[in-house]
Design a protein around this ligand. Sequence first.
Ligand SMILES: Nc1ncnc2c1ncn2[C@@H]1O[C@H](COP(=O)(O)OP(=O)(O)OP(=O)(O)O)[C@@H](O)[C@H]1O
Length: 305
Amino acid sequence: MTLTTTRLRLARDRGFALDAPALEVQPGEVLGLLGRNGSGKSTLLRVLSGYLAPDSGRVSWNGRPLAAHSRAEWAKLVAIVPQEAGTTPPLTVFEYVRLGRVPFRGLLQSFTRSDIDSVRSAIERCGLEQLIAVPLPQLSGGQRQRARIARALAQGSRLLILDEPTNHLDLSAIRDIALLIKELASDGTAFVASLHNLDIASYVATHIAFLENGTVREVGTTGETLTRESIMRHLDVAVDATERSDGGLSFSLRYPDAAPSADALAWAGGHGEGVPFAPFGDAPASWVLEYRGAGGAASRLEAGR
Ligand SMILES: Nc1ncnc2c1ncn2[C@@H]1O[C@H](COP(=O)(O)OP(=O)(O)OP(=O)(O)O)[C@@H](O)[C@H]1O
């Protein structure tokens, strides 16, 4: 499944307007949307999934404009995995995942053998076999998120739209969801996901789009786009970065009253981004780091030990 768009624009209430350049997501690619609260990530996801019509611009799936797909085709091609909502339906994992087959049968028609096979295989894919008969409200947040993804897989969709997929999850559940997304992408599923977690973005996303006040300011491959400078520029927050063994970056928030970690300093120094400052002998008494803030102005951050 390939998602393509022309430039998209949509004006909403209270002066908010979405403005995104032409985008393309190929099978196996994961486009991560990053931006501050209210920057328009969910709005863009709704436009890409066909729930909101743009004022101008066109969304196409597999080269056909969205409007040319029937509702049934639409439901089969694209699955939306929403944020954890307040209420959880009192269905078992099996019953819930089976809802993914409704576009193929309709609510009142009975499910076929092949529907049930799709449901079971999606449940296995998401590691929920042991929980197949457990009601959703009794699952943990991470297990429920996996059930939502399983439902999307049972639907057979090759484009998954995820709204903050690791919201409210503990660290091990975040890791499991990240691994699942990566595994599904390696099998050719395309993803667009709004993300707040920079580590997850670096790990799962092949491409990143930064939104600010509704406008996509920068889009590109993760390696080129997800940098300390762009994070400072678009999210208005200073982070330290260290390189992972797979070549991606791990980010940690820089608190104004805490010195950056030795690892982050070493990495930044090695990349010419920061200057460890050691006035007395080997042990640095303070550090001076430079970064470029919004508008390109150079700022200096000094931190004592
Ligand atoms: N149904 C709606 N009608 C009109 N405006 C809306 C609607 N939903 C959201 N908005 C507005 O659109 C803007 C962008 O909101 P959106 O939810 O897309 O941002 P977001 O980046 O996903 O935020 P968050 O990170 O907090 O989830 C906000 O100003 C919001 O008030």
